[in-house]
Write a protein that binds this ligand. Structure first.
Ligand SMILES: [Zn+2]
Ligand SMILES: [Zn+2]
Length: 101
């Protein structure tokens, strides 16, 4: 089989749940959308992140009741299924959750 010369990076399985096509060669530690959606902060509450210019991390993070999670905004630390991960900005202007290894 000839390799295709596409400009999209090779998909990798999600490092948390193994779902195919989540991570990429560029960001092999990136978890899939489902795992990102289940991320919890240091307060053990569900959190959602968004890319912003207004914090040092470039990210703002909210709890499920839309209060800001100062802890996650400052440290980037979140947990997926009990595993420590970190929330990061992406070049596309969004956010991603990556395992810390
Ligand atoms: Zn996953
Ligand atoms: Zn929190």
């Amino acid at each position: 089989m000839p390799r295709e010369h596409g400009d999209s990076p090779t998909p990798r399985p999600c490092p948390m749940c193994g779902l195919p096509g989540a991570g990429t060669a560029d960001r092999p530690r990136e978890v899939c959308d489902d795992c990102r959606a289940s991320a919890r902060c240091a307060h053990d509450r569900p959190v959602t992140g968004q890319n912003t210019r207004f914090t040092a991390m470039g990210i703002t993070v909210w709890h499920d009741d839309r209060t800001e999670c100062v802890s996650a905004i400052g440290s980037g630390r979140v947990w997926v299924d009990g595993h420590e991960c970190r929330i990061v900005t992406t070049r596309a202007g969004g956010v991603a959750v990556e395992t810390t290894g």
